[in-house]
Design a protein around this ligand. Structure first.
Ligand code: C2E
Ligand code: MG
Ligand code: MG
Length: 704
């Protein structure tokens, strides 16, 4: 199996991070156990106590001063040639003088040539010191020979001056040649003193006199060199401290750009860089890749309950677990665990993509089963109990899997497909994984779109209430009406509630939606009352969640008071299933609503299989037989028998029984025959907009 190429993730930026990390690591290793690098002892041979730091300084020095030293060697060659020319012009051609050109200048040029070699930098300091000492000794030898020929050698003040200046010149160079400077200088001095006493033929007094002056120049030159190096080293310390802090800042920025701070896992950007080569291979006909998008189910609740800190700790722990699941493949290291940009031999990358979302990239996938197996392992890891703020919790996750090149060809689209699929898996109950399926995802996408449009609809007046008359079927006289919600969508047209009420219930939009319905229904009642029309009870459908709210009776009471209505004008419709689900709390709320005078209708009766004993406990005023039983009543048979039984039951419980969904005359007549004359359905009138409903209200009948 080929590894994901991570040698240079992040291109130049990551490469720089790698170099910086390497350097920092080398320095850390070098300085381990030593005194801090900044320690600069004030001793004769200046040297940093830290070997790694010393190396850095020398490298830095060479980089800056190599050209200067080369220029000095060239200048030395010119000066020595000048000496030859002057002596040649003054004294004529002596063999000793010519040695300046044939011996000293070649040594200097040799040094220059050496300094140009690429490998010269490695031993540059001792090599340069050796060249300069060699040149000095050559010159000393030449001056002694010039003396022997009777020229201006060491026996004349010109010669001595010449030599001392030469020495001074050497020290200016050697003075910055570090620890070799002093030793080299002492060698030259020793040779010179030896020449003074042994060769120059001077008296001891004269030699001592000259020696004193030469020594003072030596001390001066050595002092300048020493001081120069001391200042250089001090400067270097300050520079290095600045460089290091800049480097640390740059490294941190690089880490933040590539890694998630909470979990230490690669982020989306680094994931993209790591996955790119494997994706390119997959698209070019190579082995397939996959992205597993993992989202922790209902994490929003955990976050709300415990806040940032504990949820972050939990997420970091979860990341460790997921890493452990991918064991067997060396993952990209977390930045807490290893340096950024290390070469990683791995076929999987775990990354954190968002709040509670992780992604696993698998390169060179052998088959879907492998991705499926890994997904199951990840789900099992998430399902183990977690501790958050000292409490044990059980979490689940949903995973969506998308494949390259089948589902998408680049990481952006691949992660998008996987993310949508994870959402589908979450909507299907969570704790499961699913593979990307175009049709499934299109529906999920449509739902998401519709949800955001519904939010907009609430704000931009796209909702409508239609009214369907409830009649006494014997006379077609209106006895009430049901308010039914419609969404007038700018592009999709009129959307029936069945398509968006469940969506609103899932997304929490049902509360503002119900508020709107109640206010609009109350406004209509107020208007009709104001127009002097007979006010008939208006039925309003309540959502399942409303019964869980113990404050509902008081809120509704305040609402009707606000509009100056009587509670009995509102008939609250609740489905049988929702009442049964919340039986314990529902009974208390319903009792209170009845006490306050609201009408209560049990909608869609017969579909919820509720027990009759339960029905007895509910303080209902109306029972609506579901359309499912009405459709076939006229044909007799089972439905007819059931409808008849429900009508009898309702009457015996003292309830007003309404048949809904009456579409034909036969159905209406059958129901009248069974004693159910209150009916609602297309046979009488469809749900109508207010402007069409109000004439019926005015006439008191649906037969206009
Ligand atoms: P529901 O409360 O049982 O309303 C009766 C449904 O049957 C209405 O559908 C109505 O248009 C339809 N209907 C009435 N007569 C006939 C008929 O003769 N034949 C046929 N085929 N259908 C008939 P709609 O308006 O589509 O509403 C569907 C459901 O949506 C309602 O069932 C109700 O549960 C819910 N709903 C409607 N408005 C609201 C609302 O404002 N809030 C809440 N929470 N739910 C609502
Ligand atoms: Mg209803
Ligand atoms: Mg109904």
């Amino acid at each position: 199996m080929r590894a994901i190429e991570t040698q240079t993730p992040g291109g130049p930026a990551a490469e720089r991070a790698l170099a910086a990390e390497g350097k920092a690591a080398a320095e850390a290793a070098a300085s381990a156990g030593d005194a801090p690098a900044s320690e600069l002892p004030l001793r004769l041979l200046l040297r940093f106590s830290d070997a790694g730091f010393e190396r850095r300084f020398v490298q830095h020095y060479i980089a800056f001063y190599l050209r200067y030293a080369q220029a000095s060697l060239l200048l030395g060659a010119l000066l020595v040639s000048g000496d030859w020319l002057i002596d040649h012009l003054a004294h004529g051609g002596g063999a000793a003088n010519f040695l300046r050109l044939s011996l000293a200048v070649p040594v200097l040029l040799l040094g220059l040539a050496y300094s140009c070699l690429p490998q010269s930098r490695r031993h540059w300091q001792p090599a340069m010191a050796s060249f300069i000492v060699a040149v000095a000794l050559c010159l000393f030898f030449i001056l002694v020979r010039i003396d022997a020929e009777g020229g201006a050698g060491l026996k004349t003040w010109v010669g001595v001056l010449n030599f001392t200046f030469l020495e001074f010149y050497c020290f200016v160079i050697l003075g910055v040649q570090f620890r070799h400077a002093l030793a080299s200088g002492l060698m030259i001095l020793a040779a010179f003193l030896y020449a003074l006493f042994a060769h120059a033929g001077l008296s001891a007094y004269e030699a001592g006199y000259w020696a004193y002056h030469v020594l003072t120049v030596f001390i001066l030159a050595a002092g300048i060199g020493w001081w120069r190096e001391f200042v250089l080293r001090k400067e270097f310390l300050a520079r290095a401290a600045l460089d290091d802090s800049l480097l640390a800042a740059e490294q941190r920025a690089l880490r933040l750009a590539h890694y998630d701070e909470v979990t230490g896992l690669p982020n989306r950007r680094l994931l993209g860089e790591l996955a790119a080569p494997a994706l390119a291979r997959a698209c070019a006909g190579g082995p397939a890749c996959a992205v597993l998008h993992l989202e922790i189910d209902r994490f929003g609740g955990v976050h709300e309950l415990y806040g940032h800190g504990p949820s972050d700790v939990m997420l970091a722990g979860m990341a460790q677990r997921l890493r452990a699941c991918l064991r067997g493949s060396a993952l990209v290291p977390e930045w807490g665990l290893g340096p950024v940009g290390l070469a990683v031999e791995s076929d999987r990358v775990l990354a954190r993509l968002g709040d509670h979302a992780f992604a696993v990239f698998i390169a060179e996938l052998e088959g879907q089963e492998r991705a499926s197996g890994l997904a199951q392992r990840l789900l099992a890891a998430v399902a183990e109990p977690v501790q958050i703020d000292g409490q044990h919790m059980l979490l689940t996750a949903s995973i969506g899997i998308a494949m390259c090149p089948g589902d998408a060809q680049d990481l952006l689209n691949l992660t998008r497909c996987a993310e949508q699929t994870a959402r589908v898996a979450a909507e299907a109950g969570g704790a499961q994984h699913k593979f990307f399926d175009e049709a499934l995802n299109a529906r999920a996408k449509d739902r998401v779109l519709l949800e955001s449009e519904l939010r907009q609809a609430l704000l931009s007046d796209q909702l409508r209430l239609h009214y369907q008359p409830k009649v006494d079927a014997r006379s077609a006289r209106l006895v009430g009406a049901e308010a039914l919600l419609r969404w007038q969508h700018p592009q999709r047209g009129l959307i029936p509630p069945g398509l968006f009420i469940p969506l609103a219930e899932d997304s929490g939009l049902i509360a503002p939606l119900t508020d709107w319905v109640l206010h609009t229904a109350c406004q209509s009642l107020r208007r009709w009352a104001g127009q002097g029309l007979t006010v008939l009870p208006l039925s309003v459908n309540l959502p399942a969640s409303s019964l869980a709210d113990a404050g509902l009776p008081e809120q509704l009471s305040a609402l009707v008071q606000h509009y100056g209505l009587q509670p009995a004008w509102l008939m609250l419709e609740l489905t049988e299933t929702m009442v049964m689900r919340e039986m314990a709390t529902a009974v208390a709320v319903l009792d209170r609503l009845r006490q306050l005078g609201f009408g209560l209708s049990l909608d869609d009766f017969g579909t919820g299989y509720s027990s009759l004993s339960h029905l007895k406990r509910l303080p209902m005023s109306e029972l609506k037989i579901d359309r499912a039983f009405i459709t076939d009543v006229a044909r007799g048979g089972r439905d007819a028998a059931l409808a008849s039984a429900i009508i009898t039951l309702g009457r015996e419980l003292g309830l007003q029984v309404v048949a809904e969904g009456v579409e034909t005359q036969e159905q209406a007549e059958f129901l009248i025959g069974r004693g159910c004359s209150l009916q609602q359905g297309y046979w009488f009138a469809r749900p109508l907009p207010p402007e069409q409903f109000e004439p019926m209200l005015r006439a008191g009948t649906c037969r206009l």
